[in-house]
Design a protein around this ligand. Structure first.
Ligand SMILES: NC(=O)c1ccc[n+]([C@@H]2O[C@H](COP(=O)([O-])OP(=O)(O)OC[C@H]3O[C@@H](n4cnc5c(N)ncnc54)[C@H](O)[C@@H]3O)[C@@H](O)[C@H]2O)c1
Length: 282
């Protein structure tokens, strides 16, 4: 595989584009929203420059990565890659539409992958005619720092596709963990109670945001639940919680909390809007 396309230039898409370009792939980054593409290039460049300044990335690698990265407003362009990784919003209809369109124009050999946090890989593969060349490649936030990638197979994913995915994960310097197509796979399934209990404590007035985060960190976690939600995005966190809840046919332990919806409706999405549970304006 030589070319990797990334669909969606948000927090995850731009990170996946960055690690792929640094690993030597030619990268095509696509988004429906033009400013997101320009913003992504600015942020990727800043992140790579920081890596060079800290001695973590060699100058030649940085230059090659920047030369290998291009943006496009045309999905058909992106579909020409050997591997397409979709990182659009966590919405089944949006993702179905993207994959059906990619499948219609991509060459036969192209692998299609989704970075979905919680949606069924079988369901997404069903919008294509290439479920043998379809899989989940789930990165974590921020992709350039987080080591793990979940490889999720659907019922039809071929052994060749898995081998190619493993090769990609190895080349971008990450560690693969293999998952079945169950709601939220491994990490997000385990993380649901981490967020859910924190929301219940907050909602019942047991403790405030900073106290809950501080207590959790005192147990050895790197970030508290609210700091982490601000990093992920309150909108993304709500969409994933809702998706897991629905996937388990409204299992009460996965029910979203009203505070999650209130945060999204008030536009306090976290770091990306400057304010979530904490204020990032400074
Ligand atoms: N944020 C996280 O911590 C995290 C971690 C792992 C996985 N994910 C998953 O990654 C995916 C993207 O999440 P994100 O946090 O990057 O979201 P985001 O909101 O930061 O970015 C989404 C991007 O998709 C673009 N977009 C919207 N509709 C599109 C379309 N039809 N075609 C192409 N692009 C479109 C938007 O303009 C935006 O730039 C979701 O499936 C999410 O569940 C997120």
């Amino acid at each position: 595989m030589k070319t990797v396309a990334v669909i969606g230039a948000g927090a995850m898409g731009r990170g996946i584009a960055q690690v792929s370009a640094l690993a030597g792939y030619e990268v095509i980054l696509y988004d429906v929203f033009e400013p997101a593409l320009n913003n992504a290039i600015t942020l990727i460049t800043a992140s790579i420059d920081k890596g060079v300044a800290r001695g973590k990335i060699e100058t030649a690698t940085a230059v090659r990565a920047q030369n290998n990265l291009r943006i496009t407003h045309f999905l058909d362009d992106a579909a020409q890659a050997d591997l397409v990784i979709e990182a659009a919003p966590e919405d089944l209809r949006v993702k179905h539409d993207i994959f059906a369109r990619l499948d219609a124009v991509a060459p036969r050999h192209t692998l299609l992958a989704s970075n979905t946090s919680s949606l069924s890989i079988n369901s997404l593969a069903g919008s294509t005619h290439r479920s043998d060349r379809f899989l989940g490649l789930h990165f974590f936030n921020p992709p350039h720092l987080m080591q793990l990638i979940e490889i999720i197979t659907c019922d039809d994913t071929s052994a060749t596709t898995v081998a190619q995915a493993k090769e990609y994960v190895g080349r971008v310097g990450k560690t693969a963990v293999f998952c079945k197509d169950t709601p939220a796979f491994i990490v997000n399934r385990v993380a649901r109670p981490f967020y859910g209990e924190a929301f219940r404590l907050l909602g019942e007035g047991v403790a405030d945001v900073a106290t809950i985060d501080r207590l959790i960190k005192s147990l050895g976690f790197r970030m508290g639940p609210f700091e982490l939600i601000d990093l992920i995005g309150c909108d993304v966190n709500l969409a994933v919680t809702q998706s897991v809840y629905d996937a388990y046919f409204q299992e009460p332990k996965y029910r979203p909390h009203p505070i999650q919806r209130r945060m999204v409706e008030s536009g306090r999405l976290g770091r990306k809007t400057g304010r979530g549970f904490y204020d990032y304006h400074e």
